[in-house]
Design a protein. Sequence first.
Length: 197
Amino acid sequence: MPEKTGSIGRTNDGTLLGGVQLAGSDDIIVLEPQFAWGTPNLVHGLQATAAAMREAYPDTVPMVVGHLSRETGGPLRPHSSHQSGRDVDVALYATDNRLVRGFRDMRNGDLDVAKSWFFIEKLLENADVQFILLDWEVQKIMFEQLQLFESERKLKRLFQYPRPRDSRTGIIRHAPGHPNHFHIRIQCPKDDWYCLQ
């Protein structure tokens, strides 16, 4: 039987063993380092995405990261999930390259849609994303602006909007309490025998 490592159990009733701490850098601001532990897949995916953001936008503000998990996982207030190293909260990108050291609600005119979209695309390349939780109204802002240069087929595959808020469609899904950050969850890593979706 393989040794227990990584994400164990479910995201809302699990633990983390042998996790990796996401370190702050020129490209990443970690708001609470003691709660910035995740699976290697998640941490490396965030680091690769932050590096891609810097390459595409050399003068960009850093990625602002909230909670992942505790070092050994388990309950982390105020979340019901974030228990097994597969969840992370990342602030939205604001217009005019403003650094928001925390999470701020984004309305039309506040959200840098191009940069936030680039972040999503790079994250999907760098991490095995299960879903991204984002308020339906923020999805609407993004979807309507992105229609100008992205195919509707691609957008409808990724976004829940314009479907009803209670539909569980797309990778980017509505959840109350997410008008100011992306809540990202990655899939169970293939080599994590004890990880449950």
